[in-house]
Design a protein around this ligand. Structure first.
Ligand code: GLN
Length: 298
């Protein structure tokens, strides 16, 4: 069956006569024409993963791609052109020290969330290192497995509503060589075995107000699961639930470390205060946006 011209062979000349560097250039040009953000980064990352060489070394590769790899690269670039995120195309994402497999029902872990892990590690260290951590709604396991990886003395638990997501998160923990205890649970429901024993509770809950979902970038709106994004009318539903439902699980001097969306920190602190928690400050991400709220019990 013949395909529309732009669907096939767009890199043919670059592939047959050129090096990976020329092919990347051609792909970036095409992605740019289609309005894909950061076209060169996408083209380079896909090529770097394809040939197994760092981005900075791509221009040093003298030989053209073999036919199979060229075809694969082309198919990846066409997917990216339709705004599929690079991480979904590759099937994995990098987060702190980890390479995480992604399930369709898990959010792509964001660099922003790395700062939430920093805040949680700070809370862990304040308690002396070997404490019990619970990550609610773990998705790919990014937060929980990072904490298990970077503070092996902790006992790390993680819950998720999706059994499929937990299967992938388990694999991610196994690949990292770290023991994390996974619970198939709607937030904290049914985690009675942890009652009174959680020292650090961490979560990146869904926090996008429902009406804003349609306005998200296509990479998020069309490829991240809405169950992991949709925080209800004001975006804060899950914080209300976390405050109401996790209290029986917490140790007396427990800390809560919650990721928040832009502009939500004050509202989350105030919900926490209303539910009997004490706001203990905030932490920013790499872009200096407030990304984590810390709370304790009074
Ligand atoms: N940070 C995500 C975004 O890019 C939202 C994640 C969440 O709802 N927890 O919109």
């Amino acid at each position: 069956m013949s395909q529309p011209k732009q669907q096939t062979g767009f890199l043919a000349d670059a592939v047959h006569t050129g090096t990976p560097r020329n092919t990347v250039r051609e792909a970036a040009r095409m992605l740019e024409e289609s309005g894909v953000p950061e076209p060169l980064a996408s083209a380079e990352i896909l090529m770097s993963e394809l040939v197994g060489r760092p981005r900075g070394e791509l221009s040093l590769i003298p030989e053209p791609l073999c036919g199979d790899k060229a075809a694969l690269y082309e198919s990846w670039v066409l997917r990216r052109r339709l705004r599929e995120p690079v991480q979904r195309i590759l099937g994995h994402a990098y987060f702190r020290n980890l390479t995480l497999e992604l399930g369709a029902e898990a959010l792509i872990p964001r660099p922003d969330t790395e700062s939430v892990v920093d805040a949680a590690l700070e809370a862990v260290d304040r308690l002396g290192g070997g404490c019990r951590v619970l990550d609610l709604g773990t998705g790919s396991g990014a937060i929980a497995v990072s904490i298990a990886d970077e503070r092996p003395a902790c006992e790390v638990h993680a819950s998720d509503l999706s059994g499929e997501t937990l299967r992938v998160a388990r694999k991610n923990a196994a690949r990292a060589g770290r023991c994390t205890r996974f619970h198939h649970a709607d937030l904290a429901a049914g985690l009675d075995s942890l009652a009174g024993g959680v020292d650090v509770l961490v979560s990146n809950p869904p926090y996008v107000p429902t009406a804003e979902l349609d306005r998200l970038e296509p990479e998020v709106r069309d490829w991240d699961p809405h169950t992991a994004l949709d925080g209800g009318g004001d975006g804060l539903d899950l914080y209300r639930r976390i405050f109401a439902e996790s209290s029986p699980l917490l140790a007396p001097d427990a800390r809560l470390v919650l990721e928040v969306g832009d502009g939500q920190a004050e509202a989350v602190q105030s919900l926490g205060r209303d539910a009997g928690y004490e706001p203990l400050g905030t932490r920013t991400d790499l872009t200096r946006a407030v990304r984590a709220v810390l709370l304790g019990r009074p």
